[in-house]
Design a protein around this ligand. Sequence first.
Ligand SMILES: [Zn+2]
Ligand SMILES: [Zn+2]
Length: 245
Amino acid sequence: MNLRSVIKKLKDLFSNSLFNVKWKCLNCGKEIFEEKAFCEKCYEKLPFNDKIICAHCGRQVVAPENYCTTCKGKLTSLDCCRSFFVYEKPISTLIMRFKYGNHKYLVDYFADCLSKIYFKYYFNADFFVYVPMTAKSEKKRGYNQAKLLAEKLSQLTEVPVIQCIEKVKETKRQATLNREQRLKNLKDAFRVIDKKVVKGKSIVIVDDVTTTGATANYIAVRLKKAGAKNVSLITVASTPPIDRY
Ligand SMILES: [Zn+2]
Ligand SMILES: [Zn+2]
């Protein structure tokens, strides 16, 4: 092999391995040339939940007060809830794709966001649980997005997932119901599988979005009844405060 062909070979090797690696913006699909999740234009539009938040539910609030109007005077059974984004475009669109559109690859980015929240607020969990689906629903969708998130987050944080809660009854979408209907809807929907695992433990529930927060609260009630020391919630995004269920 002469020098020229050696150089050509090296060039090819480099351009294939280094200079030809392309990433695509998760939102608009535009090619980007650095290992980033979004192009600059889309990154600027991301609704980071990094301004003023409610000390309890972690939702974005307008005025600098301890609690949002929903939480003031009526805290839930959750000890602390935090989310990385406000549930607005383009994140809401991506979450919908992740949840219903089989875009499972988004788990890498979303779990990375969750790990940032986890470390930022010193959650220090003994283990994670994810919001379960009934076996029937999971089979229908093909996957449980909260499970994917919890498993990936576990790899990033080295905190195990111990799924000690299961969903035993199908529920309607919480957002479509009023307060009484919501409580009735959730009643007896979840069951702690093994109380011994839960006793005295700090548990963090993992989910994609906090909307009403009712489901996570109900799981927290169950876990605390089974003896959990504290139960918190981390989600990729949360909607701004709304009327409590
Ligand atoms: Zn973009
Ligand atoms: Zn709040």
